[in-house]
Design a protein around this ligand. Structure first.
Ligand code: MLT
Length: 302
């Protein structure tokens, strides 16, 4: 959802608004440009007038790219605009997987009326004892806008960080802390790291990349964080890895009904980019891209 300030910004850019949610128009039938967040556009009718689609976010797997290419519709995304929001969620996920704040909070809700709460609390402190992330090894798979920020933030938190990306850009290389160890074989991430976070797009080559072979290389008690795309982690394999203890916690930002039932999984409704700031940043970047294209014919994707 894009917030009202952004809609005002869009209007201020001189673009006409089409949005059911805000009741400005009921469809985008005649629109020359469409700004979309996560809605799947594959089954939508694309009007003959449509010149461009801007995806307010990084991933473009909700856009029918082949159809757009055939029809000459330009597709933009907003690289980096929500990266800080996702980075903060990944750090929160690592901390949640290390300190059971959710369990502790539930324990208090269930036990707050216990007349012997002080004694019970002493036991709870032992039962909920966690581990610190400082000094632990974090593997970051994918060093795009989000991966870079996660890697640098983890360095600042005292972690030892391993980064892997077969297509690392020069910009990413400049932005990365010199303390991040660049790894050329992803297997070394699986073997070495206590925490692994994945930040790659959903492509044929990345679907199911965190699979049984990967889990077989990991140490017992590894934490996996997936705020990128659900399909990157093989569903059956993560289920087995959680059962065997190879994976201690799987934090997934995808409301997958199978994953949600797995013990040791913390499953969220794709909240990574859901901050007011990220929504503004994405909407403003997307609108500027569309305006620059519609008004000046420029195709600048950022
Ligand atoms: C992205 O690809 O940037 C995210 O899926 C953003 C979103 O939640 O819209």
């Amino acid at each position: 959802m894009i917030n009202v300030n952004c809609l005002n910004n869009i209007a201020a850019c001189g673009l006409k608004l089409f949005s059911d949610e805000y009741n400005t128009e009921s469809s985008f039938e005649d629109a020359q440009a469409v700004l979309v967040r996560s809605a799947k556009m594959h089954d939508m009718e694309l009007s003959d007038n449509l010149l461009a689609i801007a995806r307010a976010g990084a991933g473009v797997n909700n856009i029918p790219l082949d159809k757009c290419a055939e029809e000459g519709i330009v597709v933009f995304n907003t690289p980096g605009a929500n990266a800080n929001a996702v980075k903060e969620q990944v750090i929160a996920a690592m901390l949640l997987a290390s300190r059971d704040l959710i369990g502790g909070n539930k324990w208090v809700a269930d036990n707050a009326e216990d007349p012997d709460i002080a004694k019970a609390t002493e036991k709870a402190k032992k039962a909920f004892a966690g581990q610190e992330i400082k000094g632990k090894k974090l593997g970051v798979i994918g060093l795009g806008a989000i991966g870079q920020l996660v890697a640098n933030a983890a360095i600042a938190l005292g972690m030892e960080v391993y980064g892997y990306d077969p297509y690392v850009s020069v910009k990413a290389a400049w932005n990365l802390s010199s303390e991040v160890k660049y790894i050329s074989d992803v297997k070394d991430i699986y073997k070495e790291c206590n925490y692994i976070t994945v930040h790659v797009p959903a492509l044929d080559s990345t679907k199911g990349m965190i699979n049984k072979e990967a889990f077989d290389l990991m140490q017992d008690g590894t934490v996996i964080i997936n705020c990128a795309r659900d399909v990157l982690v093989d569903e059956a394999a993560i289920g087995e890895a959680l059962k065997s203890g190879r994976v201690k916690t799987y934090v997934s930002d995808f409301p997958n009904p199978t994953t949600a039932k797995m013990e040791g999984a913390i499953v969220l409704p794709h909240l990574g980019a859901s901050t007011a700031e990220a929504e503004d940043n994405c909407a403003i970047m997307a609108v500027n891209e569309l305006r620059n294209f519609i008004e000046n014919g420029n195709i600048v994707n950022s």
